[in-house]
Write a protein of this length. Structure first.
Lengths: 233, 273
């Protein structure tokens, strides 16, 4: 498999505080990779760098062979941890917006998915529940045929029953030959979907391991997570 | 892609502006109604309301320019806007163009409210305007006015100066809001945004005033013609108007420089919360 994302010696600091301390990893096409770590571990900074929101870092980041920029933004579908759509928008407006800017966006599929998930196409986002807003955001992102999906806490605001349904929705609908990086703290709910996990602690990559290898040791991803981040509790 | 950016920028920003424009239209209609019904109480109230609405239009437009810029780039919507597959220069240019258009529309509506007040007052006090007209004609002031062609040239030049000033203020606003949303200043963005805006404005205004008075690039208007000269203001005898344009040229260049800096900061230094 060829790598879609290649990060080498990535270093980022805010003043004297080092947030990412020379991390390196590769993500391959078709992989679903879990990005795990406690709050403040550097996950969000890493995601911001991969999505091109932070550029003043050291080290190399290549997505589809290019540094984050206009080309990588064309092929990366990004879902932040909070709704990023303007409150005044209705789902129809949001679909038009995505269709205008992303060539890989499947408008018909998004419309169908919104209806299937009971989203009122003419309701303004500000009058929707948090869960409904998250569904709208997620549908828009997943209905892109992207090469890389970066999902930051996609299940954060959902109840346990919805989490499983949303996870199934992601798995059924994302582009299967794409790479997915999924950041979450709900390890137990999501670990069944991961091919590999990256665990970040204080800006360093402390675990980069296929889930299969973890299971061969008789442990679950959650067990490893608890071992690595035991100090947090 | 630039056309799509413009389309969505207009859709996004129109929500604030259209409301105040509709209010201005409604109040103007009420004033017209007061003339038809000859209701002086309604006329006075609507005249006052339209005067306030005129100013409110400009204020609402300026506030919406600042709010729209901040919301779409530096609030949570920034995660959407700044991950669009477009260059930051294109993004900024679309915002500048749309803000520029709204500000012009805002000022035009304010001017129209004044014109409507003028016609209302003219309708109510026909005699006093006739007196003014007689005074103006008899004093010979009318003969001192330049020809229609020269007036058109003057309007064109001063129109361009006004547009350059608007562009400059858009540049100040965008630069200040952007600087305030870098990691160093974003703990108190309103404070640092305000400080940056006024600091840049005061410094540039001082240089602008100096260059307007001293730089030997002047727009002269006589009764026969309008022309630019490489001489200081007051150097041409018989000029009705002489206006130094060195300051305007300088602030126009500063506005462009500020926008280039803003695009650079957006690309490299901005930190979305």
């Amino acid at each position: 498999m060829n790598e879609t994302v290649k990060v080498e010696y990535l270093f980022k600091s805010y003043g004297k505080k080092t947030v990412l301390d020379g991390i390196s990893f590769e993500l391959k096409a078709g992989e679903i990779v879990g990005l795990l770590g406690p709050n403040g571990s550097g996950k969000t900074t890493l995601i911001k760098i991969l999505t091109g929101l932070i550029k003043d870092h050291k080290g190399s980041v290549l997505i589809d062979g290019e540094a984050p920029g206009v080309h990588t933004k064309e092929i990366v579908a990004f879902l932040p941890d909070k709704s990023y759509l303007p409150d005044w928008m209705k789902p129809t407006d949001a679909i038009d917006y995505f269709a205008d800017f992303y060539k890989d966006f499947d408008k018909a599929k998004a419309t169908e998915m919104m209806q299937r998930f009971g989203v009122d196409m003419n309701q303004r986002l500000k009058t929707m529940s948090k869960g409904q807003q998250e569904k709208v955001n997620l549908i828009l992102v997943i209905c892109r045929k992207a090469k890389v999906y970066i999902l930051d806490e996609p299940l954060g605001g959902l109840d346990p029953a919805s989490r499983s349904a949303i996870l199934d929705f992601i798995l059924e609908n994302y582009s299967k030959d794409a790479t997915m990086l999924l950041s979450t703290h709900l390890v137990n709910d999501v670990e069944r979907v991961f091919n590999r996990v990256l665990m970040i602690n204080n800006g360093s990559l402390v675990v980069n391991m296929p889930v299969e290898e973890i299971r061969e040791t008789g442990k679950s991803v959650e067990d490893v997570f608890k071992e690595v981040f035991a100090y947090v509790w | 892609m630039f056309g799509k950016l413009l389309k969505h920028e207009i859709r996004h920003s129109a929500r604030y502006n259209l409301v105040i424009y509709l209010v201005a239209v409604a109040v103007t209609l009420v004033m017209a109604l007061s003339l038809i019904t000859e209701s002086s109480a309604l006329g006075a109230a609507s005249c006052f309301a339209i005067y306030i609405t005129g100013f409110a239009t400009v204020i609402v437009t300026l506030v919406s320019v600042i709010k729209n810029f901040y919301d779409t780039l530096y609030s949570r919507q920034g995660y959407l806007t700044l991950t669009l597959p477009v260059k930051s220069g294109q993004l900024l240019a679309s915002k500048v163009l749309v803000s520029f258009l709204w500000i012009i529309v805002g000022f035009l509506i304010m001017a129209l409210t004044w014109v409507s007040i003028f016609f209302y007052v003219k309708e109510q006090t026909q005699a006093s305007f006739d007196v003014l007209k007689i005074l103006f004609t008899d004093s010979g002031l009318l003969e001192l006015l330049p020809s229609g062609f020269v007036v058109a040239e003057v309007l064109l030049v001063f129109g361009a100066i006004v547009l350059a000033k608007i562009l400059t203020y858009v540049g100040y606003i965008y630069f200040a809001v952007t600087v305030a949303n870098t990691r160093a200043f974003q703990a108190h963005p309103k404070f640092f945004g305000g400080v940056t805006f006024f600091a840049v404005m005061i410094v540039i205004s001082k240089i602008n005033n100096f260059l307007t008075a001293k730089a030997p690039v002047t727009f002269f208007v006589t009764t026969e013609k309008a022309f630019f000269g490489f001489e200081p203001m007051g150097a041409v005898d018989g000029a009705i108007i002489s206006y130094g344009v060195g300051g305007t040229l300088f602030t126009g260049l500063v506005a462009l420089a500020l926008l280039v800096c803003t695009a650079y900061i957006i690309e490299h230094k901005v930190n979305i919360k």
